[in-house]
Write a protein of this length. Structure first.
Length: 161
């Protein structure tokens, strides 16, 4: 299953990129979204590439049948690679591991300059869950949670970048 969301920012692409690789801004953003016990670490920074890890606990409103798989407070580990492109765009690739969740989650962002100012961010999240009988239900739950979280994240960046 794939979720694709496009958002337009008034801020330029570099500013939005920096929101995602700045420790203080990321901590504020994740805290505003309800995360706890946040650990942000840039593991590598070379030329046009930044690699980082983010670990945090995320609250989730989990429906009854899925409580066997998803905790109401789940530990999330994100390994992200960000690249700066020659055309002024920025892209990221993220492996996302949610403790106890039997799903593979991969996220990709593309932040592009917008003609006339501002920027456009296209977020694509791929979710695979191969659990018999409930796999589609889990994938749908993750997709809905992803849409909600990204909408809140983009609103925070709109207001605070």
């Amino acid at each position: 299953m794939q979720v694709k969301i496009t958002h337009h920012f008034i801020q330029d692409a570099k500013t939005i990129f920096e929101c995602y690789i700045d420790k203080d801004f990321t901590n504020k953003r994740l805290t505003a979204l309800g995360s706890q016990n946040i650990n942000f670490e840039i593991t590598s920074r070379t030329g046009d590439e930044v690699t980082l890890n983010i670990e945090h606990e995320v609250p989730a409103d989990v429906p009854g049948p899925m409580q066997k798989f998803i905790s109401p407070m789940s530990r999330v580990i994100q390994a992200e690679i960000w690249k700066m492109n020659a055309d002024g765009s920025y892209e990221s690739y993220a492996d996302v591991d949610v403790s106890g969740l039997p799903a593979n989650i991969v996220g990709e962002f593309l932040i592009s300059p917008k003609a006339g100012g501002g920027s456009t961010l296209v977020a694509t999240t791929s979710i695979e869950c191969n659990v018999p009988l409930v796999g589609r239900m889990i994938a749908n739950f993750v997709a809905d949670a992803t849409k909600k979280t990204l909408a809140e994240e983009f609103a925070f960046i709109d207001a605070n970048a």
